[in-house]
Design a protein around this ligand. Sequence first.
Ligand SMILES: *Cc1c(COP(=O)(O)O)cnc(C)c1O
Length: 395
Amino acid sequence: MTDFVAPPLNPPVRLLLGPGPSEIHPRVLRALSANTVGHLDPYYLTLMSDMQQMLRCLFRTQNPMTMAISATGSAGMESTVVNLIEPGDSMVVCVNGVFGERMFDVAGRAGANVTRVDRPWGDIFEPSHLKEALAKKPKVVGIVLAETSTGALQPLEEISKLVHEAGALLLVDAVTALGGVPVEVDKLDIDAIYSGSQKCLSCPPGLAPASFSERALQVVLNRKTKVQSWYLDVSMLAKYWGQERVYHHTGPINMSYGLYEALRIVLEEGQEASFARHLLNHKALKAGLAAIGIKYAAREGHQLPMLNAVTIPDGVDDAKVRGALLNRFGIEIGGGLGAFKGKVWRIGLMGHGSRQANVLTFLGALEQLLAEQGYKFEHGASTAAANESYLSHKA
Ligand SMILES: *Cc1c(COP(=O)(O)O)cnc(C)c1O
């Protein structure tokens, strides 16, 4: 067989306004191409410590065991579940979208005796929805803070209290949340949490920030059985990320450079300023979409600022619109997943992507495509409303 030489790498330039990966900050792209050092080089070890400290700031925690798992957000999910769950342990998983569903699957595979609590997609969990499941005294309760499939933001204050009163550990998915909304690990007493590099941190996919409370770490260290996953065993990872610096696996050096720079960018801007920017652009997009009759899929008052899941108007062809957005304008948005397939669009304004220019470009392009589809609306109304929103917030 003759060798195959694939064509030169030449990825198209895209505006990534989907559910992730999000638009990468140019500083992060440059950081990725910096000189590679060894994974035990003193330079890299210092970079790891600084990265941990920046992650603690974003997670708003003092947890020593705060790090970045060398894999995507789903591995973050897997790491929290497999470390806390031993075969036969009971776990409650809250499911109101694709990622709760995924956590339910992961928990079952880890051997948990899983109780699943469902809410309609787009809705959230109220404390009362968990009372019955908590009465069974589970070991762990898992919940998604920002459900990327529906655009719903889950309040955690009351739920955290109830979970701890029931003697359980609280496990939280913050993949889309981190960097876009406050994630209060210590204040909310979250025991295990994970995120991903490619959503509001505007870094390519490949790393999963994660943090374990002291209580969670003690549960891991006192397990009767070994953690089923060698790669994700936090007790071993702790020796690489902690003082001992024991080789576990080769750290993804250049990805770490990327995340390091991405975290610097968020903290330089300031977390509050970044959250406010996400909210400003979300409000403008929402005003623009409302002006042309497009509604949100998630419950009013609980909508994510970084991920806008909206209902596709009747008679509009989902695939045609998303195809033309990509081919004509270079804009990627997300389609619906699971129960929302063909029913919603997911427009991400995450991290560096949450900018006025992107909101106005997207609305302008969308109007052209909706008009082609014969959808009736007042032409120009969306960008006008978005601009009004910006103008009123500047006053
Ligand atoms: C994207 C996402 C994940 C999965 O992360 P990957 O990086 O795709 O593995 C998990 N949970 C939520 C809420 C997400 O948005």
